[in-house]
Design a protein around this ligand. Structure first.
Ligand code: TYM
Length: 343
């Protein structure tokens, strides 16, 4: 069902989103935001703040509004240009939720039962999880396909949701005899920042839900906090190897080299060529310096933008209008294909 061959002939278009459910961290920045910026000069881009997804777990209402503005500010501060890319709140474009209902009737229970993120997030008491948390990936498919997006920049943790999106598109196209109506969307994942790991455990993903703040670099951390977290980051006693295969079995070393590579726009091999034979006593300060140099301007710009929420609201309102203009005709055509009145 996930045949990559497609005759889809529509325009190339990018859609992605971030949940307004906590502070952004380095994983979000490298896995998503940096790619958002790179793609905006290549094709039409739409970047939403996925507030509908956020409420699949409890969000304090006032905090949700504030965090939606914060994520929009982070997009802008990272370098997304609102003239090039539409920046908007997902809830401001009702077509997402409407298409999600249609897709709930296309997706199969068995497909959702396989989603690992639901298992991780619902924990031991899945009967207490919201129904929305279970159908979450279907809404994500609707976010993407309501724009017929062909490319979705995300971190590696979203791979399974992107596969489901393709399965839903293929089944819709097949069931309704509408060949190539929805594209089989490509994830844009590759690169050393695709899976940033915890600073405390190189086998666990860096995540906002990790109870230890030491495990992640937040976009709001200042230079001192960054230096302290990198100094304390778990490593091993060996010096850095000369080649990539020397990182095998050394997840923490691999992660720090990957972060350095992603931040400096180099490959891990190139970073090793510079630091081979050096211990972490040398490498860590260089990494902390690079992190501060890259993140401090983003943090400062976020603060500046958040001092003027009205300006952020103008960006979000304009983005929503542009997003609706793309989504509404696609939703209308989808409803016609499904057979909704008046046909
Ligand atoms: P969210 O809000 O959890 O994360 C936002 C983005 O950050 C990436 N990411 C990471 N990348 C590398 N290393 C990490 N440790 C790391 N942690 C997070 C995520 O892969 C994501 O790209 N389901 C999505 C939001 C969403 C969406 C969409 C994305 C809803 N609809 C449509 C794309 C298209 C999520 O929970 O992201």
């Amino acid at each position: 069902m996930t045949d990559s061959k497609t005759a889809y002939a529509g325009p190339q278009r990018v859609l992605s989103g971030v949940q307004p459910s906590g502070d952004l961290h380095l994983g979000n920045y490298l896995g998503a935001l940096v790619k958002f910026v790179a793609l905006q000069d290549q094709m039409e881009c739409l970047y939403c703040v996925v507030d509908l997804h956020a409420i699949t777990t409890w969000q304090e209402p006032k905090r949700l509004t504030a965090q939606t503005r914060e994520i929009a500010a982070a997009y802008l501060a990272a370098g997304v240009d609102p003239k090039k890319a539409a920046i908007f709140a997902q809830s401001a474009v009702p077509a997402h939720a409407e298409l999600a209902w249609i897709f709930q009737c296309v997706a199969r229970l068995g497909w959702l039962d396989r989603m690992t993120q639901f298992k991780e997030k619902s924990g031991k008491h899945k009967e207490r999880a919201s129904v929305g948390l279970y159908t979450y990936p279907v809404l994500q498919a609707a976010d993407i396909l309501v724009y017929k997006a062909t490319h979705v920049p995300v971190g590696e943790d979203q791979k399974q949701h992107l596969e489901l999106t393709r399965d839903i598109a293929a089944k819709f196209n097949h069931d309704f005899d509408a060949p190539d109506f929805f594209p089989l969307t490509q994830p844009v994942i590759e690169g050393p920042g695709a899976r940033v790991m915890s600073l405390r455990d190189g086998t666990a993903k860096m995540s906002k839900s990790d109870p230890s703040d030491q495990s992640r670099i937040n976009l709001t951390d200042d230079a001192d906090a960054i230096a302290a977290k990198i100094r304390k980051a778990k490593t091993d006693p060996e010096p850095l190897p000369e080649a990539l295969d020397g990182l095998a079995g050394r997840p923490e070393a691999d992660n720090l080299v990957g972060i350095f590579a992603a931040l400096s726009g180099r490959t891990k091999a190139e970073v090793l060529a510079e630091f081979a034979g050096q211990g972490f006593g040398r490498f860590k300060p260089a990494l902390a310096e690079l992190l501060t140099a890259r993140l401090a301007p983003v943090t400062a710009e976020m603060r500046r933008l958040l001092a003027d929420p009205a300006q952020i609201d103008r960006v979000l309102a304009d983005g929503a209008e542009r997003a609706r203009a793309v989504a509404e005709p696609i939703l209308a055509e989808t409803k016609r294909i499904v057979g909704f009145w008046p046909g």
